[in-house]
Ligand binder design. Structure first.
Ligand SMILES: NC(=O)c1ccc[n+]([C@@H]2O[C@H](COP(=O)([O-])OP(=O)(O)OC[C@H]3O[C@@H](n4cnc5c(N)ncnc54)[C@H](OP(=O)(O)O)[C@@H]3O)[C@@H](O)[C@H]2O)c1
Length: 265
């Protein structure tokens, strides 16, 4: 009897780390369901991966700031007859303006995208994973989750939520054959800083701080396969995460205030 290949649902697959995950998993024979807003990018990537690796690759264009999107994604997977065995909860961005100057709809969208949709997608795929007694969930956190809070940004708080809840879910789900990993990259060469509008400042940071997305994904996926609940990829990021964690609260507050290279003036 032949078994069908496992299927990975990747959000934010149209660029950066999500696209790198798509390449990495397709090369290992996984079927893919790619999600993001830019349909043209998704279709182009799917065609490339199908040709190169001979894997089934479906796309679904969705704006994950829409509260109806997570259920729509899973309905689409059902209609395509795809069981989701791997969920890469990757779609994300950082706000670029001061909290008080940002319209509520924009802030609510960030929370919906990186907290609610991410959590709901996990909630929707877990029952099937439990039934099949196998699942892998990767939640994109950030090395920022270990850092002191940064003025104006919800981002460090959001990524701390992701780091914390990923570990909580991993504890609950491991006995069911489901592993959850919080992947916590540092500066990664993607479109992230173009979207955030901080490309100029980012380009002035020392090269040693940066990783390529495929390096993040290679180390991240190896951690997933070992069942690690948290992965900080790259030596420099590991050192910064370890150094920042034990800071006393008062010192962390001051460091967050002074050291954030992207703070609004
Ligand atoms: N790059 C870094 O330095 C860095 C560091 C730590 C953590 N991270 C995290 O890594 C993840 C991936 O970021 P990246 O660096 O690869 O950035 P990126 O190159 O800008 O890619 C972000 C992806 O998220 C998708 N996305 C954004 N808003 C969306 C929405 N409303 N609905 C659906 N999809 C949406 C984008 O697709 P569309 O625009 O087509 O929708 C794109 O595919 C994020 O969670 C980010 O916070 C990045």
């Amino acid at each position: 009897m032949t078994t069908s290949p496992r299927t990975a649902l990747i959000t934010g697959a149209s660029a950066g780390i999500g696209a790198a995950f798509a390449h990495h998993l397709a090369a290992r024979g996984y079927q893919l369901l790619l999600v993001a807003r830019r349909d043209d990018r998704l279709r182009e990537l799917a065609a490339q991966l199908t040709t190169r690796h001979d894997v089934r690759c479906e796309v679904f264009a969705a704006d994950l700031t829409d509260p109806a999107a997570p259920a729509a994604v899973l309905d689409h997977a059902d209609r395509q007859g795809l069981n989701i065995d791997i969920l890469i909860n990757n779609a994300g961005l950082s706000g670029k303006t001061a909290f008080a100057d940002t319209p509520w709809e924009v802030l609510a969208g960030e929370i919906q995208l990186m907290m609610t949709a991410q959590t709901q997608l996990a909630h929707l795929v877990i029952p099937g994973m439990k039934e099949r007694r196998w699942g892998r969930i990767v939640n994109l956190s950030s090395v920022a989750a270990f850092a002191p809070p940064a003025a104006s940004l919800l981002y460090t708080g959001i990524k701390s939520y992701v780091l914390n809840t990923s570990q909580a879910l991993d504890m609950e789900l491991k006995p069911h054959g489901i592993h959850v990993t919080a992947l916590c990259p540092g500066f990664t060469r993607t479109e992230f800083h173009d979207v955030m509008g901080t490309r100029d400042r980012a380009d002035h940071l020392p090269g040693i701080l940066w990783q390529q997305p495929d390096a993040v994904v290679t180390e991240g996926w190896a951690a997933v396969m070992k069942g690690k609940p948290v992965c900080v990829p790259g030596t420099v990021n590991k050192i910064s995460a370890a150094a920042m964690k034990p800071l006393p609260i008062r010192l962390g507050y001051l460091a967050g205030k002074i050291l954030n290279p992207f703070k609004n003036s």
